[in-house]
Design a protein around this ligand. Structure first.
Ligand SMILES: *[C@@H]1O[C@H](CO)[C@@H](O)[C@H](O)[C@H]1NC(C)=O
Ligand SMILES: *[C@@H]1O[C@H](CO)[C@@H](O)[C@H](O)[C@H]1NC(C)=O
Ligand SMILES: *[C@@H]1O[C@H](CO)[C@@H](O)[C@H](O)[C@H]1NC(C)=O
Ligand SMILES: *[C@@H]1O[C@H](CO)[C@@H](O)[C@H](O)[C@H]1NC(C)=O
Ligand SMILES: *[C@@H]1O[C@H](CO)[C@@H](O)[C@H](O)[C@H]1NC(C)=O
Ligand SMILES: *[C@@H]1O[C@H](CO)[C@@H](O)[C@H](O)[C@H]1NC(C)=O
Ligand SMILES: *[C@@H]1O[C@H](CO)[C@@H](O)[C@H](O)[C@H]1NC(C)=O
Ligand SMILES: *[C@@H]1O[C@H](CO)[C@@H](O)[C@H](O)[C@H]1NC(C)=O
Ligand SMILES: *[C@@H]1O[C@H](CO)[C@@H](O)[C@H](O)[C@H]1NC(C)=O
Ligand SMILES: *[C@@H]1O[C@H](CO)[C@@H](O)[C@H](O)[C@H]1NC(C)=O
Ligand SMILES: *[C@@H]1O[C@H](CO)[C@@H](O)[C@H](O)[C@H]1NC(C)=O
Ligand SMILES: *[C@@H]1O[C@H](CO)[C@@H](O)[C@H](O)[C@H]1NC(C)=O
Length: 497
């Protein structure tokens, strides 16, 4: 886990905008960053502070990888996760500017091509770019995230959103959705006949000189000064707080390309400072008089579209287009946040890709039911193995895992053979749509556990088979996919197909 602090300090809170007070604000923020690193709250942090159109500070603290101890600098490239959303909204605003009137925030998401039909044909017709970017389409929030985790690609995922029931009526509420934003963004680059990654480069990163920034994972991997993702060592299986001194362990790569507009940007503090200057300059390229983005489509991204409840300060909180919008002068957390109380007097205080997650984690590791002392044995593997299907997930194959055994009888002799691999007592995989296989570990009779993030001990969820009168499974419930009913699959073919 890496944190990037990105500030446009709300100087009004400091009273008069004197040079002295700016220096005080900078030293305050940098000491907080150093303290966060010293206490292992984070492995590394980078900060850029923009004041009055200029970058008045940028720097890094801590390390970008705890296994190498390489320094975190203002040029270290990190994965931006959900801070991709305001960047992508800026990219759309730039495309709208460049389109000479052929694109607008109120364009239909689905025209000209059906990028992502929703469950209701009327909604599919009516959905506009701003609906996806303001999380008000009614799409269940985790739609698509769960499929991405199983290795499905962007187009497949977008084509499945139509099978997910809405969780509230169209435009009647707020639910944060990565794929709602992705569908709207892709629809925009489609209209410009470009890939999203190319559009991002052409309309934002290139003109602004954000040379370390990209919306493509492959590009991120080419950066030599890049931050690794880290996980708290205490959540790694095998951790013992009496023997493991490490707080943070680098973890595997995360390829967010499928939801790139919502979560796939990589950038550095120095590049983000250029973006912040562009924002504060209302669309003008820093140090120039060249306008990249018209004020109107840029301002729309900072306009409240959706009410999202009360902020931490008890004041009504809004979402704009890719941006949270709060009417409070200071103290935003977790996302770039324009605070439109006064012109250009807003804080963008992002304290970490996983700021929210970190808060959730500090509540303690999740607890799981104790494994049964005397679990009932599973049935023979072939009672479960075979193909399962629903429209949302598509085909899912359950096969024997290499831990378990499969028995077969030819009438005169029973043979017992190991499954084909992947560990577990059973495995699940997704023919055609994914090359990933996940082990299922037996828990009790027809209940198995699935851990989609094997390097952590915090992502374990049940998979439960229902057995029919003939002794074979008829359906399976994959809890990880079942937040809104997408995880119940029917058995469709026998194992031989
Ligand atoms: C930063 O400023 C705040 C508010 O003035 C103060 O409470 C805090 O102690 C300061 N922190 C550091 C590290 O200077
Ligand atoms: C997008 O909006 C613009 C401006 O209102 C309009 O001219 C254009 O026809 C719309 N494009 C589509 C595909 O609906
Ligand atoms: C995209 O391609 C279509 C079909 O070739 C064409 O009609 C349209 O004008 C193109 N749009 C842009 C922005 O180039
Ligand atoms: C913790 O320490 C034990 C004993 O040295 C070791 O086996 C284990 O791999 C370590 N776990 C982590 C997460 O570092
Ligand atoms: C290890 O963690 C447990 C549970 O969080 C805690 O009760 C215990 O005091 C810790 N031990 C050490 C040596 O930190
Ligand atoms: C803007 O100008 C300043 C002062 O000349 C320079 O330090 C800075 O790098 C320039 N910024 C950009 C984005 O070109
Ligand atoms: C955009 O917002 C800025 C700051 O609130 C304001 O000064 C400017 O007039 C707005 N421009 C347009 C075209 O609405
Ligand atoms: C049944 O399986 C046993 C053990 O694999 C084998 O020896 C025997 O020939 C098989 N019988 C038939 C009819 O296939
Ligand atoms: C094979 O196993 C099944 C179920 O375990 C058992 O009912 C059957 O009698 C066995 N057949 C032979 C030939 O051992
Ligand atoms: C069974 O499979 C799981 C998941 O792959 C693995 O963690 C576990 O070590 C395996 N157990 C045995 C006894 O092979
Ligand atoms: C799965 O496919 C992707 C995309 O083709 C590839 O990058 C990845 O390495 C593959 N993973 C495995 C486990 O084969
Ligand atoms: C259960 O399914 C297997 C194939 O997966 C099949 O061979 C077997 O006959 C089925 N059992 C019953 C009782 O239908």
């Amino acid at each position: 886990m890496n944190l990037l602090y990105l500030l446009a300090w709300a100087l009004s809170a400091l009273g008069q905008y004197t040079e002295e007070k700016i220096q005080l604000a900078i030293s305050n923020v940098t000491s907080m960053a150093q303290a966060a690193v010293n206490s292992s709250a984070v492995p590394g942090v980078s900060i850029a502070i923009v004041y009055n159109g200029s970058v008045v500070y940028s720097g890094g603290f801590g390390v970008r990888d705890t296994s190498t101890n390489e320094s975190y600098t203002a040029d270290t490239v990190q994965q931006m996760a959900s801070v991709s959303k305001p960047l992508s909204a800026t990219i759309v605003a730039a495309m709208i500017t460049a389109s000479n009137g052929s694109l607008a925030w109120d364009n239909y998401t689905n025209s000209p091509g059906a990028v992502a039909p929703y469950s209701d044909p009327w909604i599919s017709q009516e959905l506009r770019l701003y609906d996806g970017f303001s999380h008000r389409s009614g799409l269940y929030g985790l739609s698509g995230d769960d499929l991405e985790e199983l290795g499905l690609d962007r187009n497949t995922i977008l084509s499945r959103l139509q099978y997910m029931a809405p969780i509230y009526p169209f435009r009647a509420g707020y639910t944060y959705s990565n794929y709602g934003i992705t569908a709207a963004a892709i629809s925009t680059s489609d209209k410009m006949n470009m890939t999203w990654d190319d559009a991002a480069q052409e309309y934002l990163y290139g003109p602004l000189g954000m040379t370390s920034s990209s919306s493509s994972f492959a590009e991120f991997l080419t950066r030599t000064n890049r931050a690794s993702l880290h996980v708290p060592a205490s959540q790694i299986p095998g951790y013992s707080n009496s023997t493991n001194a490490t707080q943070w362990e680098p973890t595997g790569l995360r390829n967010p390309d499928a939801q790139s507009p919502a979560g796939g940007v990589s950038s550095s503090a120095n590049d983000m400072a250029k973006w912040l200057q562009l924002q504060l300059g209302l669309g003008v390229i820093p140090n120039t008089t060249n306008r990249l983005i018209d004020e109107a489509p840029l301002n729309e991204t900072h306009t409240p579209f959706t009410v999202r409840g009360k902020s931490a300060f008890g004041i009504t909180s809004f979402y704009g287009l890719g941006f949270g919008v709060d009417y409070r002068q200071m103290g935003a957390r977790s996302s770039p946040m324009p605070v439109p109380l006064r012109s250009r007097d807003w804080v963008a205080f992002w304290d970490g890709i996983y700021g929210g997650l970190e808060a959730a984690e500090s509540g303690g590791a999740p607890t799981f039911g104790a494994a049964p002392q005397n679990p009932s044995p599973m049935l023979a593997a072939e009672a479960y193995t075979g193909m399962y299907y629903n429209d949302y997930v598509g085909l899912m194959q359950v096969a024997a895992g290499s831990n378990g055994t499969t028995s077969s009888s030819n009438g005169t002799s029973n043979t017992t053979t190991s499954g084909s691999g992947g560990g577990g007592d059973l495995t699940i995989s997704f023919p055609v749509t994914s090359n990933m296989t996940f082990p299922l570990t037996h828990w009790d009779r027809d209940t198995f556990s699935l851990n989609t993030v094997p390097q952590l001990n915090t992502a374990i969820e049940p998979v439960i088979f229902a057995i029919g009168a003939d002794g074979n499974a008829t359906t399976v419930m994959v809890d990880r996919l079942n937040g809104n009913g997408g995880g119940i699959l029917n058995r469709v073919m026998d194992n031989s197909s």
